[in-house]
Design a protein around this ligand. Sequence first.
Ligand code: GRF
Length: 203
Amino acid sequence: MRWAVLVGGTGSNLKALLAFGLRVDLVVSHRPGVGALDIAAEHGVPARVILPKDYADRLAYDQAVCACLEEFGIEAVAMAGFLRWLSPAVTARYRGAILNLHPSLLPSYTGLHAIERAFTDRVLWSGVTVHFVDEGHDTGPIVAQVPVPRLLEDTPADFERRIHQAEHHLYPRAIQAVDQGWVRFIDGMVSHQGGNREWMHGR
Ligand code: GRF
């Protein structure tokens, strides 16, 4: 499959995907000058910056993103630091083929600042979730999760570092599973295949 990665930040997950050996055909950023664009350039991955301020509204912006994905023949999309909610213009076009990475064990701590909020609440465990993107906010069917402990001696930075390490491990493997068809989105559910077994789950 031809994959695009949607970014907007430091690009540590983009780097992890590339280091894992996944092929990335396009990077789209909603912010200029971010680390993720440097990483794309270092790896020779074509990149486009599409700025929200250049479009009248969210729909026009998302249509521009979609047009760019179409131009590059993109079949599947991985979000990694793209801090914008996608409208159905994108989610419907790529249904079952858009993944998001979220730094908590969803459905806990949806939205922004999930790591800081979990730390402030002194949770024993948080974690990382990869899910298919639907029209809701961090609500799509879950592909994979990994728990991450908050240790007693952790500073916020320690805890955040451990969450990011888990992201860098989980996301490439989840993308590979979708790319290879081991995990599929079927009627709003997630199908997993392993050996000669198949099992489904939803939320
Ligand atoms: C990650 O923490 C991810 O969970 C969140 O955005 C962050 C992106 O980080 N959605 P990076 O740009 O990949 O370093």
